[in-house]
Ligand binder design. Structure first.
Ligand code: SF4
Length: 336
Protein backbone atom coordinates (compact mmCIF):
# COMPACT_ATOMS: atom_id res chain seq x y z
CA UNK A 1 0.00 0.00 0.00
CA UNK A 2 1.20 3.47 -0.90
CA UNK A 3 1.96 5.58 2.18
CA UNK A 4 2.65 9.05 0.77
CA UNK A 5 4.67 11.79 2.45
CA UNK A 6 2.35 14.47 1.09
CA UNK A 7 -1.15 14.52 -0.38
CA UNK A 8 -2.38 17.29 -2.66
CA UNK A 9 -6.14 17.80 -2.94
CA UNK A 10 -7.50 19.47 -6.03
CA UNK A 11 -10.36 21.77 -5.08
CA UNK A 12 -12.82 19.98 -7.33
CA UNK A 13 -12.05 16.62 -5.69
CA UNK A 14 -13.55 17.94 -2.47
CA UNK A 15 -16.94 18.23 -4.18
CA UNK A 16 -17.08 14.42 -4.03
CA UNK A 17 -17.64 12.24 -0.94
CA UNK A 18 -14.66 10.11 -1.82
CA UNK A 19 -12.37 13.16 -1.95
CA UNK A 20 -13.56 14.23 1.49
CA UNK A 21 -13.20 10.73 2.92
CA UNK A 22 -9.60 10.60 1.75
CA UNK A 23 -8.98 14.04 3.26
CA UNK A 24 -10.45 12.91 6.61
CA UNK A 25 -8.23 9.86 6.58
CA UNK A 26 -5.02 11.81 6.00
CA UNK A 27 -5.94 14.60 8.40
CA UNK A 28 -5.58 12.07 11.19
CA UNK A 29 -2.20 10.83 10.05
CA UNK A 30 1.01 12.20 11.42
CA UNK A 31 3.91 12.90 9.11
CA UNK A 32 1.76 13.45 6.04
CA UNK A 33 1.81 16.95 4.60
CA UNK A 34 -1.54 18.09 3.20
CA UNK A 35 -1.65 20.61 0.38
CA UNK A 36 -4.47 22.05 -1.70
CA UNK A 37 -4.57 23.05 -5.33
CA UNK A 38 -7.19 25.54 -6.49
CA UNK A 39 -6.14 25.60 -10.11
CA UNK A 40 -5.39 21.92 -10.57
CA UNK A 41 -1.69 22.75 -11.04
CA UNK A 42 0.45 20.63 -8.77
CA UNK A 43 3.09 22.71 -7.05
CA UNK A 44 4.82 22.25 -3.72
CA UNK A 45 6.64 19.01 -4.48
CA UNK A 46 10.22 19.78 -3.44
CA UNK A 47 13.50 18.67 -5.05
CA UNK A 48 16.64 20.46 -6.17
CA UNK A 49 17.90 17.97 -8.73
CA UNK A 50 16.33 15.28 -10.94
CA UNK A 51 16.87 12.47 -8.38
CA UNK A 52 15.24 14.43 -5.56
CA UNK A 53 12.36 15.58 -7.74
CA UNK A 54 11.76 12.01 -8.86
CA UNK A 55 11.83 10.65 -5.32
CA UNK A 56 9.62 13.39 -3.91
CA UNK A 57 7.19 12.92 -6.80
CA UNK A 58 7.08 9.19 -6.06
CA UNK A 59 6.17 10.03 -2.45
CA UNK A 60 3.27 12.31 -3.43
CA UNK A 61 -0.38 11.45 -3.86
CA UNK A 62 -2.70 13.79 -5.74
CA UNK A 63 -6.44 13.46 -5.23
CA UNK A 64 -8.26 14.90 -8.22
CA UNK A 65 -10.91 14.34 -10.81
CA UNK A 66 -10.66 12.96 -14.30
CA UNK A 67 -11.62 15.88 -16.53
CA UNK A 68 -11.35 14.62 -20.08
CA UNK A 69 -14.52 12.92 -21.18
CA UNK A 70 -12.99 10.61 -23.77
CA UNK A 71 -10.92 7.52 -23.01
CA UNK A 72 -7.64 6.75 -24.76
CA UNK A 73 -7.53 3.65 -26.90
CA UNK A 74 -5.47 0.77 -25.57
CA UNK A 75 -4.54 -1.48 -28.47
CA UNK A 76 -3.72 -4.32 -28.74
CA UNK A 77 -4.57 -5.65 -25.26
CA UNK A 78 -7.89 -3.83 -24.80
CA UNK A 79 -10.18 -1.36 -26.56
CA UNK A 80 -9.99 1.49 -24.06
CA UNK A 81 -8.02 2.60 -21.04
CA UNK A 82 -10.19 2.91 -17.94
CA UNK A 83 -8.71 5.93 -16.16
CA UNK A 84 -8.95 5.20 -12.43
CA UNK A 85 -5.55 6.62 -11.46
CA UNK A 86 -2.19 7.50 -12.96
CA UNK A 87 1.43 7.09 -11.86
CA UNK A 88 2.88 4.46 -9.55
CA UNK A 89 4.58 4.26 -6.18
CA UNK A 90 7.00 1.65 -7.56
CA UNK A 91 10.45 2.76 -8.67
CA UNK A 92 11.35 0.37 -11.45
CA UNK A 93 14.35 1.76 -13.27
CA UNK A 94 13.11 0.69 -16.69
CA UNK A 95 9.50 1.83 -16.18
CA UNK A 96 7.70 3.18 -19.25
CA UNK A 97 6.15 5.84 -17.00
CA UNK A 98 9.59 7.43 -16.54
CA UNK A 99 9.12 9.20 -19.85
CA UNK A 100 5.46 10.05 -19.36
CA UNK A 101 4.93 11.43 -15.88
CA UNK A 102 7.15 14.52 -15.89
CA UNK A 103 10.02 15.36 -13.57
CA UNK A 104 7.98 14.83 -10.40
CA UNK A 105 6.07 11.64 -11.14
CA UNK A 106 3.31 11.81 -8.53
CA UNK A 107 0.56 9.28 -8.21
CA UNK A 108 -2.92 10.61 -8.85
CA UNK A 109 -6.28 9.08 -8.00
CA UNK A 110 -9.58 10.18 -9.51
CA UNK A 111 -12.57 10.52 -7.23
CA UNK A 112 -15.31 11.01 -9.87
CA UNK A 113 -15.55 7.26 -10.33
CA UNK A 114 -19.28 7.17 -11.13
CA UNK A 115 -18.75 9.58 -14.03
CA UNK A 116 -15.85 7.48 -15.30
CA UNK A 117 -17.88 4.28 -15.18
CA UNK A 118 -20.88 5.99 -16.81
CA UNK A 119 -18.58 6.93 -19.66
CA UNK A 120 -17.39 3.31 -19.91
CA UNK A 121 -21.02 2.26 -20.21
CA UNK A 122 -21.49 4.67 -23.13
CA UNK A 123 -18.50 3.17 -24.94
CA UNK A 124 -19.89 -0.29 -24.34
CA UNK A 125 -23.26 0.69 -25.80
CA UNK A 126 -21.62 2.35 -28.81
CA UNK A 127 -19.71 -0.82 -29.66
CA UNK A 128 -22.68 -3.16 -29.18
CA UNK A 129 -23.07 -5.97 -30.31
CA UNK A 130 -19.28 -6.21 -30.17
CA UNK A 131 -17.91 -6.64 -26.68
CA UNK A 132 -15.55 -4.05 -25.18
CA UNK A 133 -12.44 -4.59 -23.04
CA UNK A 134 -11.23 -1.90 -20.64
CA UNK A 135 -7.68 -1.80 -19.24
CA UNK A 136 -7.33 -0.38 -15.73
CA UNK A 137 -3.54 -0.15 -15.52
CA UNK A 138 -2.47 1.51 -18.75
CA UNK A 139 -0.77 4.44 -17.03
CA UNK A 140 -0.47 3.22 -13.46
CA UNK A 141 -0.34 0.35 -11.03
CA UNK A 142 -3.71 0.74 -9.32
CA UNK A 143 -3.31 -1.74 -6.42
CA UNK A 144 -1.23 0.38 -3.99
CA UNK A 145 -3.94 3.11 -3.85
CA UNK A 146 -6.94 0.77 -3.77
CA UNK A 147 -7.14 1.09 0.03
CA UNK A 148 -7.87 4.82 -0.36
CA UNK A 149 -10.30 4.80 -3.28
CA UNK A 150 -11.89 1.36 -3.67
CA UNK A 151 -11.78 2.16 -7.40
CA UNK A 152 -10.92 -1.36 -8.55
CA UNK A 153 -13.65 -2.83 -6.35
CA UNK A 154 -16.15 -0.47 -7.91
CA UNK A 155 -14.94 -1.19 -11.44
CA UNK A 156 -14.87 -4.96 -10.91
CA UNK A 157 -18.45 -4.96 -9.57
CA UNK A 158 -19.56 -2.63 -12.35
CA UNK A 159 -18.18 -4.90 -15.09
CA UNK A 160 -19.45 -7.94 -13.20
CA UNK A 161 -22.95 -6.56 -13.73
CA UNK A 162 -22.51 -5.81 -17.46
CA UNK A 163 -23.22 -8.27 -20.26
CA UNK A 164 -20.98 -6.97 -22.94
CA UNK A 165 -17.80 -5.57 -21.45
CA UNK A 166 -14.73 -6.89 -19.68
CA UNK A 167 -12.13 -5.44 -17.37
CA UNK A 168 -8.46 -6.20 -16.92
CA UNK A 169 -5.52 -4.73 -15.11
CA UNK A 170 -1.96 -5.64 -14.28
CA UNK A 171 0.01 -5.20 -11.08
CA UNK A 172 3.27 -5.99 -9.34
CA UNK A 173 1.68 -5.41 -5.94
CA UNK A 174 -0.06 -7.75 -3.58
CA UNK A 175 -2.70 -5.91 -1.48
CA UNK A 176 -5.55 -7.71 -3.18
CA UNK A 177 -7.56 -9.05 -0.23
CA UNK A 178 -10.31 -6.45 -0.64
CA UNK A 179 -10.95 -7.78 -4.17
CA UNK A 180 -11.34 -11.44 -3.31
CA UNK A 181 -15.01 -11.63 -2.39
CA UNK A 182 -16.51 -9.42 -5.06
CA UNK A 183 -19.21 -10.29 -7.59
CA UNK A 184 -16.85 -10.22 -10.54
CA UNK A 185 -18.79 -12.85 -12.52
CA UNK A 186 -15.68 -13.85 -14.43
CA UNK A 187 -15.56 -10.48 -16.23
CA UNK A 188 -12.24 -9.30 -14.79
CA UNK A 189 -8.78 -10.64 -15.59
CA UNK A 190 -6.03 -9.85 -13.11
CA UNK A 191 -2.49 -10.13 -14.39
CA UNK A 192 0.68 -10.08 -12.32
CA UNK A 193 3.87 -8.71 -13.74
CA UNK A 194 6.75 -10.93 -12.67
CA UNK A 195 10.44 -11.38 -13.26
CA UNK A 196 13.49 -13.24 -12.02
CA UNK A 197 14.82 -12.52 -8.50
CA UNK A 198 17.87 -10.87 -10.01
CA UNK A 199 15.85 -8.40 -12.10
CA UNK A 200 13.46 -7.59 -9.26
CA UNK A 201 16.30 -6.93 -6.82
CA UNK A 202 18.34 -4.97 -9.29
CA UNK A 203 15.71 -2.81 -10.98
CA UNK A 204 12.24 -3.06 -9.41
CA UNK A 205 12.66 -0.93 -6.29
CA UNK A 206 9.76 -0.63 -3.83
CA UNK A 207 7.92 -3.65 -5.24
CA UNK A 208 7.16 -7.03 -3.60
CA UNK A 209 9.27 -10.14 -4.13
CA UNK A 210 8.13 -12.61 -6.77
CA UNK A 211 7.03 -15.17 -4.14
CA UNK A 212 4.65 -12.61 -2.66
CA UNK A 213 3.26 -11.79 -6.11
CA UNK A 214 2.71 -15.49 -6.78
CA UNK A 215 0.95 -15.93 -3.43
CA UNK A 216 -1.35 -13.01 -4.28
CA UNK A 217 -1.95 -14.50 -7.73
CA UNK A 218 -2.93 -17.80 -6.13
CA UNK A 219 -5.55 -16.05 -4.00
CA UNK A 220 -6.85 -14.33 -7.13
CA UNK A 221 -7.34 -17.56 -9.06
CA UNK A 222 -8.94 -19.23 -6.04
CA UNK A 223 -11.38 -16.30 -5.94
CA UNK A 224 -12.47 -17.30 -9.45
CA UNK A 225 -10.83 -14.51 -11.41
CA UNK A 226 -9.15 -15.13 -14.73
CA UNK A 227 -5.42 -14.92 -14.09
CA UNK A 228 -2.49 -13.99 -16.28
CA UNK A 229 1.23 -13.42 -15.92
CA UNK A 230 3.20 -10.82 -17.77
CA UNK A 231 6.85 -11.78 -17.78
CA UNK A 232 8.43 -8.44 -18.54
CA UNK A 233 10.74 -7.00 -19.34
CA UNK A 234 12.77 -10.06 -20.22
CA UNK A 235 16.50 -9.30 -20.07
CA UNK A 236 18.88 -11.60 -21.91
CA UNK A 237 21.72 -11.56 -19.39
CA UNK A 238 24.43 -14.20 -18.95
CA UNK A 239 22.36 -16.99 -17.37
CA UNK A 240 18.88 -15.77 -18.24
CA UNK A 241 17.67 -19.17 -19.36
CA UNK A 242 18.45 -20.84 -16.03
CA UNK A 243 16.84 -18.04 -14.05
CA UNK A 244 13.67 -17.72 -16.16
CA UNK A 245 13.41 -21.50 -15.96
CA UNK A 246 13.45 -21.24 -12.16
CA UNK A 247 10.71 -18.61 -12.37
CA UNK A 248 8.55 -20.83 -14.58
CA UNK A 249 9.12 -23.77 -12.24
CA UNK A 250 7.90 -21.66 -9.32
CA UNK A 251 4.75 -20.88 -11.31
CA UNK A 252 4.32 -24.50 -12.26
CA UNK A 253 4.64 -25.69 -8.66
CA UNK A 254 1.81 -23.42 -7.57
CA UNK A 255 -0.46 -23.25 -10.61
CA UNK A 256 -0.16 -26.65 -12.27
CA UNK A 257 -3.50 -27.60 -13.81
CA UNK A 258 -4.92 -24.06 -13.62
CA UNK A 259 -5.94 -22.09 -16.66
CA UNK A 260 -3.64 -19.09 -16.86
CA UNK A 261 -2.36 -16.91 -19.67
CA UNK A 262 1.11 -15.53 -20.38
CA UNK A 263 2.39 -12.43 -22.08
CA UNK A 264 6.15 -12.21 -22.54
CA UNK A 265 7.82 -8.94 -23.46
CA UNK A 266 11.53 -8.47 -24.12
CA UNK A 267 13.31 -5.36 -22.88
CA UNK A 268 13.34 -2.38 -25.20
CA UNK A 269 14.13 1.29 -24.77
CA UNK A 270 13.89 4.56 -26.66
CA UNK A 271 16.57 7.24 -26.78
CA UNK A 272 14.32 9.54 -24.77
CA UNK A 273 13.69 6.89 -22.10
CA UNK A 274 17.42 6.28 -21.80
CA UNK A 275 18.10 9.99 -21.30
CA UNK A 276 15.39 10.27 -18.65
CA UNK A 277 16.47 7.14 -16.82
CA UNK A 278 20.09 8.30 -16.68
CA UNK A 279 19.05 11.61 -15.13
CA UNK A 280 17.43 9.80 -12.22
CA UNK A 281 19.44 6.58 -12.02
CA UNK A 282 22.84 7.86 -13.11
CA UNK A 283 24.64 4.64 -12.20
CA UNK A 284 21.98 2.25 -13.50
CA UNK A 285 23.14 -1.11 -14.76
CA UNK A 286 20.20 -1.37 -17.16
CA UNK A 287 21.52 -2.68 -20.47
CA UNK A 288 20.96 0.30 -22.77
CA UNK A 289 23.86 0.22 -25.23
CA UNK A 290 22.42 1.08 -28.63
CA UNK A 291 25.24 -0.82 -30.42
CA UNK A 292 24.08 -4.11 -28.92
CA UNK A 293 20.51 -3.69 -30.17
CA UNK A 294 18.45 -3.46 -33.32
CA UNK A 295 16.69 -0.16 -34.04
CA UNK A 296 13.02 -0.54 -34.84
CA UNK A 297 10.83 2.32 -36.05
CA UNK A 298 7.76 2.73 -33.86
CA UNK A 299 4.21 3.56 -34.83
CA UNK A 300 4.27 6.96 -33.08
CA UNK A 301 7.23 8.35 -34.99
CA UNK A 302 9.94 7.41 -32.51
CA UNK A 303 12.05 4.30 -32.70
CA UNK A 304 13.06 1.81 -30.06
CA UNK A 305 16.05 -0.39 -29.44
CA UNK A 306 15.09 -4.05 -29.24
CA UNK A 307 17.19 -7.19 -28.99
CA UNK A 308 18.64 -8.54 -32.23
CA UNK A 309 16.63 -10.93 -34.36
CA UNK A 310 18.58 -14.11 -33.44
CA UNK A 311 18.36 -13.25 -29.74
CA UNK A 312 14.62 -12.70 -29.96
CA UNK A 313 14.15 -15.96 -31.84
CA UNK A 314 16.11 -17.77 -29.15
CA UNK A 315 13.99 -16.10 -26.47
CA UNK A 316 10.73 -17.01 -28.22
CA UNK A 317 11.78 -20.61 -28.60
CA UNK A 318 12.78 -20.77 -24.93
CA UNK A 319 9.48 -19.44 -23.61
CA UNK A 320 7.33 -21.37 -26.09
CA UNK A 321 9.00 -24.56 -24.97
CA UNK A 322 9.09 -23.89 -21.24
CA UNK A 323 5.60 -22.43 -20.92
CA UNK A 324 4.17 -24.89 -23.43
CA UNK A 325 5.40 -27.93 -21.46
CA UNK A 326 3.37 -27.07 -18.40
CA UNK A 327 0.52 -24.93 -19.57
CA UNK A 328 0.11 -25.75 -23.29
CA UNK A 329 0.83 -23.54 -26.29
CA UNK A 330 -2.64 -22.00 -25.96
CA UNK A 331 -1.62 -20.36 -22.68
CA UNK A 332 0.74 -17.98 -24.50
CA UNK A 333 -0.96 -14.80 -25.68
CA UNK A 334 2.16 -13.41 -27.28
CA UNK A 335 5.95 -13.26 -26.99
CA UNK A 336 7.56 -10.11 -28.34
FE1 SF4 B 1 6.34 1.24 -13.50
FE2 SF4 B 1 5.00 -1.03 -13.01
FE3 SF4 B 1 7.30 -0.52 -11.76
FE4 SF4 B 1 5.12 0.88 -11.21
S1 SF4 B 1 5.41 -1.28 -10.82
S2 SF4 B 1 7.20 1.69 -11.48
S3 SF4 B 1 4.13 1.01 -13.20
S4 SF4 B 1 7.03 -0.85 -13.96
Amino acid sequence: MFVPKRVVFEEKALEYNLGNNILDYFKHKNNVEILYSKSGRIVGIPGKNPEEMYLQGKNTLVVGIRKSSSFQSCRPSAHYQLPLCSGCMGMCEYCYLNTQMGKRPYMKVYVNLDEILNKAEKYEIERYPNSTIFEGAATSDPIPVEFYTGALKKAIEFFGSRDNSYFRFVTKFTDINSLLNLEHNGKTTIRFSINTDKIITQFEHRTPKVEERLRAAFKVIKAGYKLGFIIAPVFLYSNWKEEYKVLLEKINNIFQGEEISFEVISHRFTKRAKENILKVYSSTSLPMEEEGRKFKYGQFGYGKYIYKREELEDMKEFFEKNIGINFGAGAINYII
